[in-house]
Write a protein that binds this ligand. Structure first.
Ligand code: SF4
Length: 352
């Protein structure tokens, strides 16, 4: 069965958007300017009864500020869960658009703001709701499983939402019940899950512009130079990179592996923002980013997510002052999208 593929113009438009995002990333600040902005942002968070939830991939300054001010640094699902359980009336999301939406879906009564409304995700962009809905309509017999990196509309169409930490287990369980599935949007993660479980998955043709840049051949060369190194890989990466991994896992699973594995040198194939948390939690160990160069490399990202890097202290302060980046979701869509997310949360709780 043929998988749907993005048109050439859709692919170009995602690459163009990534380049545009990269070009507007803020100027370097002096240490004194950073300290002053950080103080200002912390004061505003407290004054506005707001909590900052940040993804592992954003700037280290924002990660530190989130932790210092009682917020959290986490993966997208944990960010949303934290926002739900925290008493603050306003949740500020430092990440990309779908993360703000997921937080709002779970906390409809709260004000949810995003630090940067233009921060997107190539997986979300590569899975337009209308095209995805039409694809699902063509395969009504299939259970629809979508990754967290999708819009509220796409989640509203799904039977299940999954994160990379539970994707293999959940798909294996569904396959054991003879379910055939649609998987969207990441084709690399879908391919990995398919190989791990043997499930009948029909894959959508999306990709993360950061992870697909990692190259197996150059990673293999680097591994030869550092034979003691352990390789940590996010499963949004190509199969040739996953093959070289000592651990394949979600952001949280990779951070845990970095702490627990008996090695002092790690090569890490995921967005380089995660290195901050790894160095914080295992300060005596060495972490280097996996290479993105090699044949076929365009280096749109070079292990930097251009949208994650749009989040900065200046934008955070501006949003706390203006409150003009509130996430608004149609209530009918929100209710439908909440169901597969809550199903996932319940599944995670039962299998923990
Ligand atoms: S790193 Fe990839 S998956 Fe994560 S937000 Fe950026 S484009 Fe999306």
């Amino acid at each position: 069965m043929r998988m749907p593929s993005l048109s050439h113009s859709d692919q170009i438009s995602i690459a163009d958007k990534a380049r545009q995002a990269r070009s507007v990333v803020g100027e370097n600040l002096t240490p004194a300017e950073r300290r002053s902005l950080r103080q200002q942002a912390g004061d505003l968070l407290s004054r506005e009864d707001a909590v900052l939830v940040a993804h592992y991939y954003v700037d280290s300054e924002l990660q530190e500020l989130a932790e210092e001010t009682g917020g959290c640094v986490a993966d997208s699902l944990e960010m949303a869960r934290f926002g739900l359980s925290h008493p603050a009336s306003t949740v500020i999301v430092a990440g990309v658009r779908f993360m703000g939406e997921t937080a709002k879906i779970l906390s409809p009564e709260k004000q949810v703001l995003v630090v940067e409304p233009q921060a997107e995700c190539s997986l979300d962009l590569g899975c337009p709701p209308a095209a995805f809905g039409a694809f699902c309509d063509q395969h009504p017999e299939r259970t629809v499983v979508v990754y967290a990196n999708t819009s509220a509309e796409v989640k509203a169409r799904a039977d299940w939402v999954v994160t990379s930490s539970i994707a293999v287990d959940l798909v294996a369980d569904l396959a054991a019940k003879d379910k055939k599935m649609i998987w969207a949007p990441d084709r690399y993660l879908g391919d990995y899950v398919k190989r791990q479980t043997g499930a009948d998955l029909l894959l959508w043709d999306g990709s993360c512009i950061v992870h697909e840049e990692f190259k197996g051949e150059v990673l293999s060369n680097l591994k030869q130079q550092h034979p003691q190194a352990k390789v940590l890989v996010h499963p949004e990466s190509p199969a040739s990179v996953i093959e070289l991994a000592d651990v394949v896992g979600s952001t949280s699973q990779l951070i845990l592996a970095a702490q627990q594995l008996d090695s002092s040198y790690f090569i890490v194939a995921t967005e380089e923002g995660i290195l901050h948390k790894m160095r914080q939690s295992a300060p005596k160990k060495t972490f280097v980013a996996a290479p993105t160069a090699g044949e076929g490399a365009t280096c749109i990202s070079c292990a930097h997510c251009p949208w994650m890097k749009m989040n900065d202290l200046q934008h955070l302060i501006a949003v706390l002052q203006s409150k003009d980046t509130e996430v608004v979701i149609d209530e009918e869509i929100r209710i439908r999208a909440a169901m597969p997310i809550q199903r996932m949360v319940e599944y995670g709780r039962q299998s923990a």
